[in-house]
Design a protein around this ligand. Structure first.
Ligand SMILES: Cc1cc2nc3c(=O)[nH]c(=O)nc-3n(C[C@H](O)[C@H](O)[C@H](O)COP(=O)(O)O)c2cc1C
Ligand code: SF4
Ligand code: SF4
Length: 445
């Protein structure tokens, strides 16, 4: 059986599945049940400064996007950090850690961007004997208007400064949670690294308005006729999160910096993808909020089964395996040629592939042949874009089949080249032409 025990910045957990800081982790009652269900660790709902607790809205705080089957695809929220008293949270955290010494317990913290505030809270958190801290520089609503959360995460200099304070005032590992509401995720990650952070975690939620009520003209969730932007998460954000994880994992300036992957993890497969792109573990929020704590059991079993099947003995066999395969567009092999192929046995003749290809791609799929509905790819027109694969309602009905080197590409009339050639070398690339001209102009030795 594959070993899925995890060590992340020295924090041990029986599996790589942690609950992200959010409602599932906001009190001992929840966290105890989460651990019973099998979660490897939790990041406690973000703690704020000592004093009067945060005030949340008293109406709806969620908006959502659903698929046609009403399955939740994206969740939007306007909730703030914990609205419970700091001491109550700390007391419960201490007790939970005592009850579950083998599970990871990390404290998420958000206090004003002042040295005194961080210096004051860190010893209190350390007292709980939790395993580490996560700095919430990600929350994009409510707290950011008060100069915290994403307001810090959008300024690399602040990230570096606060990370440094935390490293100075605590012995606990410091994880910096990043906001995706930024143009280039590498800059805040580099700043966290420079400030001495032990790891980064990402993504927090994406600034968003999910819908507008067309009767009241209020954005949703609507509080007495008005709405404000919220934070978007769930399966819909996974592609954004995966890209950001990969960007950090392959950036020479942050290579090796541990990453906790967050954003839309719903199945073991999502988790495996995050790990493959360089995450050392994953955190989950929306999936637990949608399906309950027991979903972790499927995640654990699925990951173990897949690892057994593929012969991966431990998580180290998986972590970062896909990172070297992430490249820039200009390095993709332009000599690689694939064509769509329709399995006539599986085809239900709905015609969607034909319409998509005919109206918006390359007019490469038949609709009628000899007076009957028949959908077949015309290889001499197919550019291999795979739009048809993505619109076909029958899984596996259309495949992309690579042409072997030497085989004639009927569209171009040229045989497929066996060699790798990318845009930097292509004759249509003006830079490549200039480089070639320079080489010719150089005197022979
Ligand atoms: C209702 C709600 C409250 C959240 N509160 C926090 C929070 O207090 N601190 C934090 O760092 N992230 C918070 N998050 C963000 C999550 O921890 C996580 O980064 C995000 O939801 C993406 O993961 P997911 O797609 O699995 O939900 C919250 C998310 C939701 C839905
Ligand atoms: S791969 Fe693209 S071009 Fe080829 S048949 Fe499908 S949609 Fe048309
Ligand atoms: S979309 Fe798929 S099922 Fe529908 S006609 Fe095309 S190949 Fe057949």
């Amino acid at each position: 059986m594959a070993d899925i025990r995890n060590t992340f910045v020295g924090i041990k957990s029986p599996n790589p599945f942690w609950l992200a800081s959010a409602p599932p982790t906001d009190k001992a009652y929840n966290v105890e049940r989460a651990f019973k269900a099998g979660w490897g660790g939790v990041v406690w709902k973000t703690l704020g400064e000592e004093g009067p607790p945060i005030v949340n809205v008293n109406g709806p705080r969620y908006g959502a996007i659903w698929g046609a089957d009403r399955r939740l695809l994206g969740l939007n929220n306007i909730e703030l950090i914990t609205d419970r008293d700091l001491q109550t949270n700390l007391r419960e955290m201490k007790q939970v850690k005592k009850n579950w010494p083998d599970r990871a317990l990390v404290a998420s913290i958000m206090v004003p961007c002042e040295e005194a505030s961080w210096k004051a809270i860190l010893p209190l958190v350390e007292e709980t004997e939790c395993d580490g801290i996560e700095l919430n520089f990600g929350c994009p609503h409510g707290m950011s208007e008060r100069g915290m959360g994403a307001a810090v995460g959008q300024v690399p200099e602040y990230i570096e400064m606060v990370a440094r304070w935390c490293k100075q005032y605590t012995r606990m590992p410091v994880i910096v949670k990043l906001t995706p509401n930024i143009t280039d995720i590498r800059y805040p990650a580099r700043a966290a690294n420079k400030g001495g952070a032990d790891a980064v975690s990402l993504i927090n939620t994406i600034s968003s308005i999910v819908s507008v009520d067309l009767d009241t003209f209020s954005p949703e969730p609507s509080i007495d006729g008005k709405g404000s932007h919220g934070g978007y998460c769930g399966p819909a954000v996974k592609p954004i999160a995966l890209n950001m994880v990969a960007e950090i994992a392959r950036d020479p300036q942050t290579r090796g910096l541990p990453i906790s992957g967050i954003g839309g993890v719903t199945t073991w497969r999502d988790a495996a993808e995050f790990l493959a792109l360089g995450a050392g573990n994953v955190q989950v929020c929306t999936a637990a909020m949608t399906y309950g704590f027991k979903i972790v059991q499927e995640m654990i079993a699925g990951l173990e089964n897949w690892m057994d099947e593929k012969g991966h003995r431990s998580l180290d066999d998986v972590i970062g395996r896909a990172t070297p395969n992430v490249t820039d567009w200009q390095y993709l092999n332009l000599n690689y040629v694939a064509k769509a192929r329709i399995d006539q046995e599986l085809c239900i003749k709905c015609g969607r592939c034909h319409i998509a290809c005919e109206d918006t791609s390359h007019q490469a799929i038949t609709s009628m042949v000899e007076g009957v509905r028949h959908f077949e790819v015309m290889e001499d027109e197919c550019v291999g874009c795979n739009l048809c694969v993505n619109v076909c309602p029958v899984e596996g009905c259309i495949d992309m089949v690579p042409l072997a080197p030497g085989v004639l590409d009927q569209r171009t009339g040229r045989p497929v080249q066996p060699t790798y050639a990318n845009w930097t070398q292509h004759p249509n690339n003006p830079t490549a032409r200039a480089a070639a001209a320079t080489q010719v102009a150089e005197p022979a030795e």
